[in-house]
Design a protein around this ligand. Structure first.
Ligand SMILES: [Zn+2]
Length: 231
């Protein structure tokens, strides 16, 4: 691998004598690395000076393990090149815009085992849903379903699908919706998520798709799930 230091800026207010020390200099540095494996390229940029490099390596390894699997299952035309940016200026956990995933290093300081944030966010790259493709709870439900299925170390992050309870609703999104999708696949159609994902990407999603893929409307499915939520 090759590390290149870019954006190195130093401000020196006086002539530097031989005993001048580096910490007296102000500088911003970022580490960039481009890695290609099996036709997929990851451009990794670390803008955080104290981000644990071992966590960074795990994020990279997770990408090369899960992204090709997600692409093969859901969208072979997905981007061949993806960007990771470790950005202290971002205050969420992680976010994906197009083919670039931004990670908050502070989250990984407190949750160093949460490597499958990559699995969820990389699925958003694969999804590449156009504007107006369908409900946001489907988008996030699919991403967490994929984390559940393809995750490299969900147990290590103590990440699991929550047990069903009657206060839940499919529009709760994320893990609650993901668990519903697991149930739909086990009970009705093992390719349900694959077909739902393709419909969203192709702007073919309509409420009629539930009946078409499962024989039941969305409300009927949820009521059946709520009555017998075992997965
Ligand atoms: Zn998401």
């Amino acid at each position: 691998m090759v590390y290149s230091i870019q954006g190195l800026k130093r401000t020196v207010g006086m002539l530097c004598l031989s005993f001048c020390t580096l910490p007296a200099l102000t500088y911003a540095q970022q580490q960039q690395e481009t890695i290609t494996r099996n036709g997929y390229t990851l451009e990794y940029t670390n803008k955080s000076s104290d981000f644990d490099t071992a966590v960074g390596r795990r994020l990279i390894e997770a990408f090369f393990k899960v992204y090709p699997q997600e692409a093969a299952r859901y969208n072979r035309k997905t981007a061949k090149k993806v960007g990771f940016v470790i950005d202290p200026a971002y205050d969420g956990v992680a976010a994906t815009s197009g083919d670039v995933i931004v990670f908050n290093p502070a989250w990984f300081r407190s949750h160093p085992g949460d490597i499958d944030v990559v699995t969820h966010e990389a699925m958003h790259v694969v999804q590449a849903y156009p504007n107006g493709s369908g409900p946001g709870w489907i988008t996030e439900g699919i991403a967490d379903y994929v984390r559940y299925v393809f995750g490299v170390d969900n147990a290590g992050a103590k990440w699991a699908l929550p047990a069903f309870n009657p206060k839940q609703h499919y529009t709760n999104s994320y893990r609650i919706t993901a668990r519903f999708f697991v149930w739909v696949e086990k009970s009705k159609n093992k390719d349900f998520v694959k077909k739902l994902d393709a419909a969203m990407r192709g702007k073919k999603y309509t409420p009629a798709i539930w009946k078409k893929l499962t024989g039941s409307t969305l409300e009927e499915l949820w009521n059946e799930y709520a009555a017998n939520p075992a997965i």
